[in-house]
Design a binder for this molecule. Structure first.
Ligand code: ZN
Ligand code: ZN
Ligand code: FE
Length: 761
C-alpha cells in the first residue's frame, strides 16, 4: 500500500543489521535484496514479518538466494514504473500514539498543532487527487514544507520520511473560526473559540477528514434538541464522540470486541448497547437501546477533548437529512446555513467526501453497516480473477464497486440517489475511483429496477456491455463473494424493497443461487401495499393492507386503539384499494412485514427514516423472555414454498386483545419468523441437497435475527455465511452485482462458437 511507511521500515531494519542491498516496488509486489552475515539475514527475515508498520499488510513472502555482489549500503530504489505496478492507496488513518504524545507535549514544535501526522497516521484517501500518492497529487501540494519538515520528509530514519501530508505550525494548514454567515472571526486561538461556543450550547460545524460534522455538547439537552430541530432529523439517532474508551464505558456496555473496534485505526462509529445510567441527552437517540459511539481520529478531535471540557460531543454528518456530507468551506457555509452557529474550518482541502463508517463489533472483528472512512479504498479480496467491471449499486445507501483481478473496490457510502446532491456525488465517485485505480471497465452492472437513478445512468453508457442483476440475487452474490464461495448455495435475502423478475416488489426471498443465476425457491406471500410509497412512510397503511388482505372488511371491528385515531373514511379507502388492487403494488417484502407488526402493536405508525419501525420493533423486545413463537403458514407453490402470515395475525390480534405487552409480542414475532425461515431453508435443503446458507439484505441488520438464525441453522447442520466486511444492506449490493455480471459475461464467452471463448474469462 502507498504511504504506509513500509520501505523506510525495511531500510531501517536492513541498516540496523548491517545489511546492504535495496528495496523497490515492482509489478509483482515489493522486491528486497539484502546481503550480509547469514545470521543477520535470518534475523532480518524474522523481523520483516513481525515488525512491519501497522498499516502495511504482507500477504506472502518468497525468498531466493542470490550471488554476492560488491555493495556497501542499503538503498530505496525508484519504482519500476509501467504496466501493472499496483500498490494500493491507503484509507485515512486515525492519529497515532506517537503523534498524539508530541501534540500534547508543550516543548514539541507541533504542540497543539491540529494537523500533525506521520507515515503511520493521517489523511490519505480524502486528500488524493490522483496517483501515484505523492504530495504533488494531494491537497497538501499548496503547502511547501519548511526546512525542518522537509528534513524529516527526506530522512529515512525519521517517522515522517515521505509522509505526504507532513506539516507544522510554520508551513502547514491553519484553523479558522467563522460566524454563521461565513465571516472570519479574528481570534488568537480558533480552537479555544470553538470550545467556548460548544460550552455555551451552540452548534459548531467542524471540518473533519471526510467532511463537516455538526457538533454540540451531548450532555446538554437544550443544545441537542436545538440541533435536532434545525436538522429536521426528527428521530434518527446522532452519533457521539467520546475522548477515550474509559469515557465510552460511562455510556455503553464495552466488551473486548467493542474495545478493539473502538480503538482500531479505522475509528468507525460503533453501535453498542446503551447503559441505562448513560448521562447522554435523551434526544441523542430517542427510543433506541443502542448508541453510535466513536473515538477521536484527527488531531483536531483530540484537541476538542484535551481540556476535559466535554465527556461526549454529538458529531453528526454536516448535511441536511439525506444529502451527502459537506466538504468545502464555502459549500458548508451555504449548505449548513441555519444549522450551525459557528464554523471551525481549515484550509486543507478535502478532495473526496467520506462519511464516518458505522459498524457493529463482533467476535470476528467488525460487521459493516455503512462502510466508508477508514476502510475505503481498501479492496475486498476475491477468490478468483475477475474481468474489469463497474457495478453501480441500488438506489438507497448507494455504493459503487469497481472490480478487476482479485480485487473489488467498493466506494464509500454515497447516499440516496433520489437526492440530487447524492447523485452528483455518485457521478464524482465513478470518475474518481476509475482514476485512482486505473481500471477501465468493460462491463457495467446495474439493478433491474427501471426507475433507479443508477439504472438510468447505466443505460446511458453505450460503449460498454450492460448486465442487469436482480436485487436479491446481488445480495446473495455479495455474501458469497466476501466469503469466497463458489458453486450453489441457499440464499436467504430479506430486505425492504427489490425489483423482482416478475415486476413485483420482492424482499422476503429464499433463493438457490450461484453467481451465474438463481432460482426462487420460496418467498413471503404477496400482499398489496396500499398507496405504494405511502405505505413505506406510514407503516399503519401496511398493517391495514395485511389485515384487509386476510380478513376483508372486518378491519373496522378489530379492537385496536390506534385504529380509532384514523378516520373511518381513510380506512375504507385503504381497504377498497387493497381489495381492488388500486395503486397497491404486490410485495413479498420482509421489511413491510416488520412495519405492519410494529404498527399493529402500536409501536410505530409513521416513520421519519428508513427501517425505523423495524428498528423500534426490535428494540421493543427489551429483555422479554417467552418461549412462544407466532405461527406462520408454509404452503407449497410452483415447486417451491410460500410463507403465509394469516396465522400470525390471528394469534397476534388475540394477544393484543389480552393485553400482552409489546415486548412479548415483539419477541414472539421474531421467534416465529426465525422458526419459519429455518423450516423453509430445511425444506429447500431437502429438495436440493445444498447445505450452505448465505444470509443477506438489510433485515439482517436486525441483531436478533442475524445471531439467532445463524446459530439455529448451524445447529441444524448448515454452514452459515453472513456479511461482515461488506454491509448486508444495499450498501453491499454493488459487489454482488459485479460478481453476477462477471459470471454471466464469462458464461456467454464460453458459449461463443468462434474459438475466442477465453478472451473474457
Ligand atoms: Zn503519527
Ligand atoms: Zn513545517
Ligand atoms: Fe436490498
Amino acid at each position: 500500500m502507498q504511504g504506509v511507511g513500509f520501505r523506510p521500515f525495511v531500510f531501517r531494519l536492513a541498516e540496523s543489521r548491517n545489511l546492504s542491498g535495496h528495496i523497490r516496488n515492482t509489478a509483482s509486489g515489493v522486491t528486497i535484496e539484502v546481503q550480509g552475515e547469514p545470521s543477520a539475514v535470518n534475523d532480518f527475515l524474522l523481523h520483516l514479518g513481525q515488525e512491519a508498520p501497522p498499516l502495511s499488510r504482507i500477504t506472502n513472502i518468497t525468498t531466493r538466494e542470490l550471488p554476492v555482489v560488491p555493495e556497501t549500503e542499503f538503498s530505496i530504489l525508484h519504482s519500476q514504473g509501467g504496466e501493472g505496478v499496483h500498490t494500493l492507496i491507503s484509507p485515512d488513518v486515525a492519529l497515532c500514539a506517537d503523534c498524539l504524545r508530541e501534540m500534547l507535549e508543550p516543548a514539541d514544535r507541533r504542540y497543539r498543532y491540529p494537523f500533525i501526522n506521520c507515515t503511520n497516521c493521517g489523511p490519505r484517501f480524502t486528500i488524493v487527487r490522483s496517483i501515484p500518492y505523492d504530495r504533488a497529487q494531494t491537497s497538501m501540494a499548496v503547502f511547501p514544507m519548511c526546512p525542518e519538515c522537509q528534513a524529516e520528509y527526506d530522512d529515512p530514519h525519521n517517522r515522517r520520511f515521505h509522509a505526504q501530508p507532513n506539516a507544522c505550525w510554520r508551513c502547514g494548514p491553519r484553523l479558522e473560526l467563522r460566524d454563521q454567515a461565513g465571516t472570519r472571526i479574528e481570534c488568537a486561538d480558533p480552537m479555544a473559540g470553538a470550545l467556548e461556543k460548544l460550552q455555551a450550547g451552540q452548534v459548531v460545524a467542524i471540518k473533519g477528514l471526510g467532511g463537516f460534522h455538526l457538533a454540540v455538547d451531548a450532555l446538554n439537552p437544550v443544545a441537542v434538541r436545538l440541533l435536532r430541530e434545525r436538522k429536521r432529523r426528527v428521530e434518527k439517532p446522532f452519533a457521539i464522540m467520546v475522548p477515550n474508551t474509559a469515557a465510552a464505558e460511562e455510556f455503553c456496555v464495552i466488551d473486548d470486541a467493542a474495545r478493539r473496534v473502538l480503538e482500531s485505526v479505522q475509528r468507525p462509529i460503533v453501535l453498542l448497547p446503551r447503559l441505562s445510567s448513560s448521562p447522554v441527552a435523551e434526544d441523542v437517540a430517542p427510543g433506541h437501546r443502542e448508541l453510535g459511539i466513536f473515538l477521536p481520529y484527527t488531531p483536531l478531535h483530540h484537541l476538542l477533548f484535551a481540556q476535559g471540557k466535554f465527556s461526549a460531543l454529538v458529531m453528526t454528518s454536516g448535511n441536511r437529512s439525506e444529502e451527502p456530507i459537506a466538504i468545502a468551506n464555502q459549500e458548508a457555509v451555504a449548505r449548513l446555513r441555519g444549522l450551525a452557529d459557528f464554523f471551525l474550518v481549515h484550509n486543507r482541502e478535502i478532495l473526496l467526501r467520506c462519511d464516518d463508517s458505522l459498524v457493529r463489533a463482533s467476535a470476528r472483528g467488525v460487521r459493516q453497516v455503512r462502510r466508508s472512512r477508514g476502510y475505503v479504498p481498501l479492496p475486498v479480496f476475491l477468490k478468483e480473477e475477475q474481468p474489469a467491471i463497474l457495478a453501480v449499486g441500488g438506489e438507497l445507501k448507494n455504493t459503487i464497486c469497481l472490480m478487476q483481478g482479485k480485487q473489488a473496490f467498493l466506494s464509500q457510502h454515497l447516499g440516496d440517489l433520489e437526492n440530487p446532491e447524492a447523485y452528483k456525488f455518485f457521478l464524482e465517485a465513478i470518475q474518481h475511483l476509475q482514476n485512482i485505480l486505473e481500471i477501465t471497465p468493460e462491463v457495467v452492472a446495474h439493478d433491474l429496477h427501471p426507475a433507479y437513478f443508477s439504472t438510468h445512468w447505466a443505460r446511458q453508457q453505450t460503449a460498454v456491455r450492460l448486465v442487469g442483476v436482480q436485487h436479491h440475487h446481488a445480495h446473495i452474490a455479495s455474501c458469497m463473494a466476501e466469503n469466497h464461495l463458489e458453486g450453489k448455495v441457499i440464499g436467504l435475502a430479506l430486505d425492504g424493497t427489490g425489483y423482482g423478475t416478475d415486476g413485483k416488489i420482492w424482499g422476503g426471498e429464499v433463493l438457490v443461487a450461484d453467481y451465474a443465476g438463481f432460482e426462487r425457491a420460496a418467498h413471503l406471500e404477496y400482499v398489496p401495499m396500499p398507496g405504494g410509497e405511502a405505505a413505506i412512510r406510514d407503516p399503519w397503511r401496511m398493517a391495514i393492507g395485511y389485515l384487509a388482505h386476510h380478513f376483508g372488511e372486518e378491519v373496522h371491528q378489530l379492537p385496536l386503539p390506534w385504529l380509532r385515531k384514523i378516520s373511518r373514511r381513510k380506512i375504507d379507502t385503504l381497504v377498497r384499494m387493497t381489495r381492488q388492487h388500486i395503486n397497491s403494488p404486490w410485495t413479498s417484502s420482509c421489511g413491510r412485514l416488520f412495519d405492519a407488526v410494529a404498527a399493529l402493536t402500536g409501536i410505530r405508525q409513521t416513520v421519519t427514516y428508513e427501517a425505523q419501525a423495524a428498528v423500534e420493533l426490535e428494540a421493543a423486545m427489551g429483555d422479554a423472555t417467552d418461549h412462544r413463537a407466532y405461527p406462520f403458514a408454509l404452503d407449497p407453490s410452483d415447486g417451491g414454498w410460500v410463507i403465509g402470515t394469516r396465522p400470525l395475525w390471528e394469534t397476534l390480534l388475540r394477544d393484543l386483545d389480552k393485553g400482552v405487552p409489546q415486548s412479548v409480542i415483539s419477541l414472539r414475532f421474531h421467534q416465529g419468523l426465525m422458526d419459519v425461515l429455518a423450516e423453509t431453508v430445511q425444506l429447500v435443503r431437502g429438495r436440493t441437497g445444498f447445505d450452505r446458507v448465505c444470509l443477506s439484505g438489510g433485515t439482517f441488520l436486525n441483531k436478533f435475527l442475524s445471531t439467532k438464525l445463524t446459530s439455529r441453522l448451524a445447529s441444524a447442520g448448515f454452514a452459515v455465511y453472513t456479511q461482515n466486511e461488506v454491509p448486508a444492506g444495499d450498501g453491499g449490493l454493488s459487489l454482488g452485482q459485479a460478481m453476477v455480471a462477471a459470471a454471466q459475461v464469462r458464461g456467454e464467452a464460453l458459449l461463443l462458437p468462434d474459438g475466442n471463448a477465453h478472451a473474457l474469462a
